[in-house]
Design a protein around this ligand. Structure first.
Ligand SMILES: Nc1ncnc2c1ncn2[C@@H]1O[C@H](COP(=O)(O)OP(=O)(O)OP(=O)(O)O)[C@@H](O)[C@H]1O
Ligand SMILES: [Mg+2]
Length: 368
């Protein structure tokens, strides 16, 4: 069992703050994903947990015990990196056994652990080969195997799949998820790929510039993003954003207008805003319908038909880009004039001043 707690964790590099006081609780057995743009501090945070970086301030606890001062080797964690860093002159077997030999594990136990890990990761047939005789995916499995044989309390992964091609990434993603289900250990996984985050995580931590923007289950982040940054980061294609100004606030809905004078009604709690205030309307591509002669005028810029699903890229008269996504095919063509309708109960509204999302109302609470 290993629960992880961060309280006010800070990291300075030569006087420059990279991590700004992070509070986080990772439950025992959770698969927790750190996601965020390049440079936001994902690796730094993971390396502090691993014990590879000093913690400037705050406290890190594993199973309620402060470990700030513990060395990496004492923390009972194992880390898998983006570059596999296997020993090229050793066989797969030797690569797997090396860490255990170093800590003087009895021979019989090494044999048992290496055999078990190799079977689990389906690399038994490669045990006699050297790393250069393996594919990228096989090498990454060996790197994961090296962590597995150590039987750590927590697994830490730093973008382990980013050197693999797209197809292999999907396969390895599922293997790591399966490994998590089988072992049940706490895992912390860093990626900047939001699809990886959505598909693998029990909980996602969205980071930006060394701060936590939101922490929650994948669908919670998708359905109830706390701010415009999370709304734009989670979901692919990205949520559509339209700049607007508040027109009026009623019980159960807020009416706003865009630069072209088009009105939108959004089912959010308007108590935090007032008429005249700048806001951003958010709507996901699957909640935008394009076609017919009612709604807001748009022109179709391009279309992607994948057979089972389609993407329409449109533009409003004032130049705002809108993406619509739907299941099925379309007879629409590039250059067509059409209308976009917004499903009110799926719309989001963000304050321009700080990007914060206004509380969305349950369907029942909203005036339909
Ligand atoms: N050893 C270091 N010395 C000084 N600054 C550093 C050091 N390591 C990281 N930083 C800075 O800390 C910030 C966070 O870096 P970090 O490597 O944690 O980002 P990341 O989220 O992992 O990015 P990426 O997705 O590109 O891997 C960056 O601004 C980076 O320049
Ligand atoms: Mg990194």
């Amino acid at each position: 069992m290993a629960a992880l707690e961060l309280e006010g964790v800070v990291k300075d590099y030569a006087g420059v703050r990279a991590i700004h006081g992070i509070d986080l609780k990772v439950e025992d057995g959770d698969f927790c994903v750190f996601v965020g743009p390049s440079g936001c501090g994902k690796s730094t945070l993971l390396r502090m947990i691993a014990g590879l970086e000093d913690i400037t301030g705050g406290e890190l606890r594993i199973d309620r015990v402060r470990v700030n001062e513990q060395r990496a080797s004492e923390r009972g964690l194992a880390m898998v990196f983006q570059t596999y860093a296997l020993y090229p002159h050793m066989t797969v077997w030797e690569n797997l056994a090396f860490g255990l030999e170093n800590i003087r594990t009895p021979k019989a136990e090494i044999k048992e652990r290496v055999t078990r890990a190799a079977r689990m990761l389906q690399i038994e047939e490669f045990l006699g080969r050297r790393p250069k005789q393996l594919s990228g995916g096989q090498r990454q499995r060996v790197a994961i195997g090296r962590a597995v044989v150590r039987e750590p309390r927590v697994f830490l992964f730093d973008e382990p799949l980013s050197n693999l091609d797209a197809e292999l990434r999907v396969a390895m993603r599922r293997e790591i998820s399966a490994l998590h289900r089988r072992l049940g250990n706490t895992m912390i996984y860093v990626t900047h790929d939001q699809v990886e985050a959505m598909t693998m995580a029990d909980r996602i931590v969205v980071l930006k510039a060394g701060r936590v923007e939101q922490y929650g289950t994948p669908l919670h982040l998708y359905n109830e993003p706390a701010n415009q940054f999370v709304a734009g980061f989670i979901g692919s294609p990205r949520m559509n954003f339209i700049d607007a100004v508040v027109d009026g606030t009623d019980a159960g809905k807020v009416t706003v207008r865009d630069a072209a004078g088009q009105a939108y009604e959004v089912s959010v709690d308007g108590s935090g805003i007032s008429p005249g205030q700048e806001v951003t309307v958010g709507i996901r591509p699957e909640h935008l319908e394009v076609g017919g002669d009612k709604g807001h005028p748009v022109s179709v810029q391009s279309i992607e038909q994948l057979g089972g699903q389609s993407f329409l890229y449109c533009e409003t008269p004032d130049g705002t880009q809108l993406t619509a996504h739907f299941v099925g095919q379309t007879s629409m063509r590039r250059g067509d004039k059409a209308h976009a309708t917004f499903r009110r109960s799926f719309m989001h509204l963000f304050r321009k001043s700080d990007g914060k999302a206004l509380k969305r109302l349950e369907i029942g609470e909203a005036a339909i």
